[in-house]
Ligand binder design. Structure first.
Ligand code: PPE
Length: 317
């Protein structure tokens, strides 16, 4: 497909509604309900080649659980079991010969009725996999990125809910991201409707001040990031004091360190926000330590969390 080719994404096979179809045959009808109204849910999952030569999906069962939670929140009944979707993820990696990469399970409403009562439309499921490098760039990963507080607020918790990874939510993320890029920044930071720091367009946010790690609480308008949970776990293990509480934008400006994290973005330092340098403008010691521990853990150099891996193998081409 021309669009996919332009994006550099192409593979062998896509799992669609219970069976594999060739990559170029994974079409949907233009009456696909989600295409019109955005009610669908998805996941983003990474897998890594580990130190011992095997490949492992990172925190697969937590991502599958969140996919089902997202569907539940949105009254979408997935016509497959958790186990079936989990197996589909592993088989999609094998069929596409990916010993490292990114998985995208997508639950969407198919064609049928139009209008805002999609009760009878089929709930469809796809699993796609591709290679994905550093989401915010290699340079950003090493030197830190420049972020801008967006003119767009994150969704209010009751305008639409915020704990599901819902397709339509990403209009808000795309508006914020494009605004940030057009204005010469790398990423957008969104405040909630009360004005407190919420999250970035596709990442959760952390700040370090006087050795204490701060991040907005799960009970706010944030997505409950699985990487966020990993960082909190690793930070506590390293004896860091962690505070999940409201953060203002000026608290970020005054922080010693700021970083963002997410499955795609992994752990990316922030060196500047709104033309204010963060700390000395370089990734700080706490960020660097957590970033390196994160990569050790996901790549299996540090196996202290062996329950976070689902190993799989890919036949050589
Ligand atoms: N907040 C948002 C809004 C978000 O989209 C993500 C993930 C996170 C936080 C971090 O969540 P987690 O991955 O569980 O740590 N964003 C996904 C989609 C990125 C995309 O461009 O597509 C991702 O990182 O996979």
């Amino acid at each position: 497909m021309a669009d996919d080719a332009a994006a550099g994404i192409h593979g062998e096979a896509i799992w669609l509604d219970g069976k594999f179809v060739a990559w170029d045959d994974a079409h949907v009808h233009v009456l696909t309900h989600t295409l019109h109204y955005g009610l669908g849910v998805f996941e983003g999952i990474r897998c890594y080649r580990t130190s011992d030569g095997r490949s492992a999906v990172f925190r697969l069962s937590e991502h599958i659980d969140r996919l089902f939670d997202s569907a539940h929140i949105n009254l979408l009944e997935i016509p497959f079991s958790r186990e079936q979707v989990l197996d589909a993820c592993l088989e999609t990696l094998r069929r596409n010969h990916l010993d490292e990469g990114y998985l995208r399970p997508l639950v969407f409403l198919g064609a049928g009725a139009m209008g805002l009562n999609p009760g009878a439309n089929p709930v469809r499921v796809a699993v796609i996999a591709w290679e994905w490098g550093a989401y915010l760039g290699e340079e950003g990963m090493e030197r830190g990125i420049r972020a801008k507080v967006s003119s767009f607020s994150r969704h209010h918790v009751n305008s639409k809910m915020t704990k599901g990874k819902t397709c339509g939510d990403y209009v808000n993320s795309i508006l914020a991201k494009r605004e940030a890029l057009v204005d010469g920044y790398d990423e957008a930071l969104l405040l909630d409707t009360q004005g407190y720091v919420c999250e970035a367009s596709g990442e959760n946010i952390f700040a370090v001040t006087d050795g204490i790690l701060y991040t907005p609480a799960f009970g706010g308008a944030i997505l409950g990031g699985i990487t966020r949970n990993t960082m909190l776990t690793l930070a506590r293990e390293q004896g860091l004091e962690v505070k999940e509480e409201p953060i203002t934008r000026d608290m970020l400006y005054m922080s010693d360190e700021v970083f963002m994290c997410g499955t795609a973005a992994e752990v990316t330092p922030v060196r500047e926000i709104d033309r204010r340098m963060i700390g000395n403008g370089k990734p700080g010691p706490v960020t660097l330590q957590l970033q390196s521990r994160y990569f050790d853990v996901v790549k299996g150099a540090d196996t202290s969390h062996s329950d976070w891996y689902t190993y799989y193998s890919v036949a050589p081409l």
